[in-house]
Design a protein around this ligand. Structure first.
Ligand SMILES: [Zn+2]
Length: 127
């Protein structure tokens, strides 16, 4: 049987009023246009462990899709085939690595400017 498609839903991190537990709020679901609330775990837990694959809270849940919570509004409502999710994750990882490498180069340049000896980072890979 084919895997269901995956619909990405942008969610914002909030604290619950009572107890300070984490909540993931979907301000406007791309499927039903409603606001949804998903648990994000206890205050002492990392709420990001509860991103990605979640049960949809839409009143009429489309049977052929799964919902993934994400933090990046850029991808809200994007519908992907099951195998495309890994491609997206790899693209996002590549972007993150590029940003990290740029930041490392900036830091090294700044340290050299201040006369701090810095090992040559050329050829050192983040991954
Ligand atoms: Zn919905």
């Amino acid at each position: 049987m084919a895997h269901p498609d995956i619909v990405l839903q942008y969610a914002e991190l909030r604290r619950s009023r009572r107890g300070g537990n984490w909540l993931w709020i979907i301000p406007k679901c791309s499927l039903c246009k409603e606001r949804h609330m998903h648990g994000g775990g206890a205050a002492s837990d990392d709420p990001r462990h509860l991103l990605s694959d979640r049960v949809p809270h839409c009143r009429n849940v489309p049977k052929d899709v799964k919902v993934w919570l994400i933090e990046d509004p850029e991808f809200h409502g994007l519908r992907l085939r099951h195998e495309e999710v890994m491609e997206l994750a790899m693209a996002m990882h590549a972007r993150w690595v590029r940003q990290l490498e740029e930041r490392m180069a900036q830091c090294a340049a700044e340290l050299r400017r201040r006369g701090v000896p810095v090992p040559d980072l050329e050829g050192i890979s983040v991954i």
